[in-house]
Write a protein that binds this ligand. Structure first.
Ligand code: NAG
Length: 123
């Protein structure tokens, strides 16, 4: 009886772990997809962001404008901010270049990106 119960418990645990994994995967993917969209849009700006170009290219600015257009709610702007922050740290970007990029592309960003910006304060 005891043995049956613990075997049952073990099976139940496996089922629960499988269920948790199935739940967890799409959540991680969804988060990853939105950030990878932002990073994909910014990938054409890498030269400029790393301080190796005087002006961002037209294709870079197209990406910057797409990011800006997609951030049309406070929640989206906060999520975009988080993505920009991690992208900034990931590519080891030049802070001045990063902060001037929106303006150089004619995009009126309402906040200044910095490595320690608190994204949850963006409205
Ligand atoms: C960021 O701002 C929010 C809202 O003002 C605040 O609750 C939170 O503690 C801040 N986080 C950090 C890391 O400063």
């Amino acid at each position: 009886m005891k043995k049956t119960t613990s075997a049952f418990a073990a099976v139940l645990l496996l089922v629960m772990l499988a269920a948790v994994q199935q739940l967890a995967v799409p959540v991680v993917l969804a988060d990853d997809v939105s950030c990878s969209g932002v990073i994909n849009d910014l990938s054409l700006c890498l030269d400029f962001l790393q301080g190796n170009a005087g002006q961002p290219s037209d294709r870079c600015c197209t990406g910057v404008k797409a990011i800006y257009a997609a951030a049309d709610t406070a929640a989206a702007r906060q999520a975009t901010c988080e993505c920009l922050k991690s992208a900034y740290n990931m590519v080891n970007a030049d802070l001045y270049a990063t902060q001037t990029l929106p303006g150089a592309c004619g995009v009126p960003l309402s906040y200044t990106i910095s490595p320690d910006i608190n994204c949850s304060q963006i409205e």
